[in-house]
Design a protein around this ligand. Structure first.
Ligand code: NDP
Ligand code: GDP
Length: 327
């Protein structure tokens, strides 16, 4: 039975990836950062009904000793490094923490693997945010990077270190440059989930309006369930490499609102207001990915449309609020 170690197992992708790997017969071990609120930390794994099927070990991305100990104990065949301070807006408030966790944390994990088990296959969660101020209208693996936030700069460092460990030490280290991907398990602060949660609250009469920032930015949004499949496929290849994972369709926040509100018969213009508090010091205006390489080499295809995903997210948020409010 192959063993996978997942950092960031309590996050959106960690939960879906665990589900995928368990279904393939893997032993799944996750790194858990200790919290005083341990009772709520497995919420996403619980939602998927797999909390009892994974093993969780205490550690932290900023503590190399904990990572070394975990790799020694677990002896993973595959390491998926998903842990990060992943929210772009927060990275201006906590640039150093973001650098330490999202950037240096990845290098800590690479080092732990190199020192203890250098034949483990390694996946790094790189991001389309690295393209930032886009240098080409459609971004692929050859497009130059131009990070626009402390988050993106930290991700770019981790990305190049992954390439560097592959080239320097011959490690099987691959990097997935994933465009935005969402699901009912997406953090509530990200715009898709903020919108679907807002739609649910407004539909149920629990709120009247939803305050957002820049409605004109566009993103290439896919479903997390489809995207974790690409992570797995990358580590099954004989030769490690970097791949863009995207849908090839970009949609504005405004159109996202239109789709989400109309899915429950509401007009977004009656409810969405803008608030400068949600604008960013520097914006990534457009992201649009070309996943041709992954489609060809990995046989990967996205299976969920934006409309299907938004409907799933709105329904999940309606169910959550009905339960919470006894409706
Ligand atoms: P989430 O924010 O949902 O999950 C982040 C995970 O990292 C959580 O499990 C969190 O633990 C953990 N974590 C944070 N800090 C530490 C730390 N110091 N030590 C150990 N664990 C820590 O992210 P997603 O699942 O959405 O994304 C997965 C990865 O992919 C991230 O690296 C993200 O930056 C990257 N990515 C995501 C994209 C997306 O659209 N979702 C796009 C491109 C890249 P806790 O639960 O305790 O907070
Ligand atoms: P990101 O692409 O990783 O930064 O994902 P987000 O979901 O956080 O943001 C996507 C886009 O939505 C960015 O261009 C934001 O500026 C824009 N946006 C507009 N209003 C909001 C908001 O209220 N919250 C968030 N998170 N993003 C918003």
């Amino acid at each position: 039975m192959p063993t996978a170690l997942i950092t960031g197992i309590t996050g959106q992708d960690g939960a879906y990836l665990s589900q995928l790997l368990l279904g393939k017969g893997y032993r799944v071990v996750g790194l858990l950062r200790r919290s005083a609120s341990a009772d709520v930390i497995g919420e996403r794994l619980c939602w998927l009904g797999i909390l009892d099927d994974v093993e969780l070990l205490d550690g932290n991305m900023t503590d190399l000793s904990s990572l070394i100990r975990i790799v020694e104990t677990v002896k993973p065949d595959e390491i998926y490094n998903l842990a990060a301070q992943s929210f772009v807006a927060a990275s201006w408030q906590q640039p150093l923490l973001t650098g330490n966790v999202t950037g240096m944390g990845a290098v800590n994990m690479l080092e732990a693997a190199r020192i203890v088990k250098s034949d483990a296959r390694f996946y790094q969660a790189s991001s389309s945010e690295m393209y930032g101020l886009i240098q080409e209208p459609v971004q692929n693996e050859k497009t130059p990077f131009y990070p626009r936030s402390p988050y993106a700069a930290a991700k770019l460092y981790a990305h190049w270190m992954t390439v560097n460990y592959r080239e320097s030490f011959g490690m099987h280290a691959s990097s997935g440059i994933l465009f935005n991907h969402e699901s009912p398990l997406r953090g509530i602060e990200f715009v898709t989930r903020k919108v679907t949660d807002g739609v649910a609250r407004i539909k149920l009469g629990l709120a009247k309006e939803l305050a957002l920032g820049n409605l004109d930015a566009t993103r290439d949004w896919g479903h997390a369930r489809d995207y974790v499949r690409a992570m797995y496929l990358m580590l099954q290849q004989e030769v490690p490499d970097d791949y863009v994972i995207a849908t090839g369709r970009t949609t504005s926040i405004r159109d996202l609102c239109r789709i989400a509100f109309s899915s429950v018969g509401l007009n977004y213009e009656d409810h969405v207001v803008t608030n400068p508090a949600f604008l960013r010091p520097a914006e990534v205006e457009v992201l649009l990915g070309d996943a041709s390489k992954a489609k060809k080499a990995l046989g990967w295809e996205p299976e969920t449309t934006l409309e299907e995903m938004i409907t799933e997210m709105v329904e999940a948020d309606l169910a959550r609020h009905r339960k919470r409010n006894g409706l």
